[in-house]
Design a protein around this ligand. Structure first.
Ligand SMILES: [Zn+2]
Length: 133
């Protein structure tokens, strides 16, 4: 990524002012949507540790890091559309984000349409589970 490239999450902001903050500094996303977008960007940029750290420990598998790293190999992410948000604001402690993530896997273009749930604990948002459409 170049210095002034737009963030892969589709926010329209410059990457270093958007999702990069969450792994380059100790800043945490304020909203469930910000966390969701940053997790998408982490998939694009293959930041497996961030994906593990932001997935609530009660909801992830013990070998999540390895599973993620394997999944990166054949997937090219093409774009993210956030479709809807319920709660998940800075003053909430629960939220839901519905999105479509477009990707190419082994030459086939596909869409992941998911409704993700998030909780906030001690001031930090975590992804818990997702329901696929
Ligand atoms: Zn972003």
């Amino acid at each position: 990524m170049k210095k002034n490239d737009l963030c892969p999450c589709g926010s329209g902001q410059i990457y270093r002012e958007c999702c990069q903050r969450f792994w380059a500094t100790q800043q945490k996303p304020n909203t469930a949507e910000q966390l969701m977008r940053s997790r998408y960007t982490a998939f694009v940029l293959q930041k497996a540790q961030y994906l593990v750290d932001t997935h609530h420990a009660d909801f992830r598998e013990a070998n999540a890091l390895q599973t993620l790293k394997k999944s990166f190999k054949n997937t090219q992410w093409l774009g993210l559309d956030v479709i809807g948000v319920e709660a998940g604001q800075a003053t909430d402690d629960k939220g839901m984000v519905e999105f479509k993530a477009h990707f190419n896997s082994l030459g086939i273009q596909q869409v992941l349409h998911e409704r993700s749930s998030f909780v906030k604990e001690q001031g930090q948002w975590f992804y818990t589970t997702g329901t696929l459409f």
